[in-house]
Design a protein around this ligand. Structure first.
Ligand code: F3S
Length: 277
């Protein structure tokens, strides 16, 4: 039986990049959790002595500080850069982009709208780059309450938002204001995993979806795979594998939810390859 991994699976590009940076840096501290995955944060602490700080004030004297994938507010970054701490920036480039846009467009006199969750660390970071502040909205209803000073508006999105909802925001603005600059800063990582799982399930005769059974993103992948390959199974660890699933199969597809670290995937793929079919 052949084993084939989906063209895109598991952690997104930005998270993988941040983990690599943390592993290579070692003995460092991150400002806020590096990524949203506790198992991986624990592994980095145990194996690479990468600690998590909860506030910038704890950074004094830490030696090396890694900036999380979601980024941090501009003034916090400046504080770090002006200190003795060595700064290693693991902000995802897809998050740096809206930060740069907010800074540039606000300098050019545009009022900034951010479509996203004001409490999310990524949005807090992006907002901090707008020199006169930004309007953070989650819906058209919230946007209707905003009183703009002029007619020049620039709009960006939190990276993980739905494009259909972003379009509602931009349509609202474009039909009411003279000059609206729209920057689609949505990252397609989740959709890439879903598209790749669909393609894999079409050709495989058994599919293993690796991820947390409570993870909505993993469950979504599982249901997509089941549509195209009825023998699709969701597993959290190698213990969940049932050898009978693989009897008579020729191609086993493997995919994983966005919060599944590579080391778990490797362990399970290793186990599948040992199963006698
Ligand atoms: Fe991941 Fe960066 Fe997108 S962290 S979800 S690739 S914005």
């Amino acid at each position: 039986m052949k084993i084939k991994l989906a063209a895109s699976y598991g952690f997104c590009f930005g998270v993988k990049r941040a983990i690599k940076i943390a592993e290579n840096t070692k003995n460092a501290s991150t400002i806020g959790p590096l990524i949203h995955n506790n198992e991986e944060i624990n592994r980095l602490r145990e194996n690479f002595n990468v600690k998590t700080l909860h506030h910038i004030s704890e950074a004094e004297g830490v030696g090396k500080a890694i900036i999380r994938t979601h980024g941090i507010p501009k003034k916090d970054l400046e504080t770090l850069l002006n200190s003795d701490v060595q700064v290693i920036n693991a902000t995802c480039p897809y998050v740096t982009k809206p930060q740069e846009i907010c800074e540039k467009m606000s300098m050019e006199g545009y009022e900034i709208v951010i479509f996203g969750d004001a409490d999310h660390p990524e949005v807090k970071g992006v907002e901090s780059y707008a020199i006169h502040g930004a309007h953070v909205v989650q819906s058209v209803e919230e946007l209707e309450k905003v009183r703009f000073k002029g007619n020049k508006i620039a709009v960006v999105s939190q990276t993980t938002r739905k494009i259909s909802e972003f379009l509602e925001i931009t349509n609202f603005l474009e039909t009411r204001y003279k000059e609206v600059r729209v920057f689609n800063t949505i990252c397609n990582a989740t959709f890439e995993n879903q598209d790749a799982a669909r393609e894999l399930a079409k050709e495989a005769d058994v599919v293993i979806v690796i991820g947390g059974k409570n993870s909505s993103n993993t469950k979504q992948l599982h249901s997509i795979c089941k549509e195209y390959c009825k023998d699709s199974f969701l597993v959290e660890s190698e213990k969940d594998l049932d050898p009978s699933w693989f009897v008579g199969k020729t191609l086993c597809g493997v995919t994983a939810g966005a919060s599944t670290p590579d080391w778990i995937i490797e362990k399970i793929v290793g186990k599948i390859s040992e199963i006698k079919v």
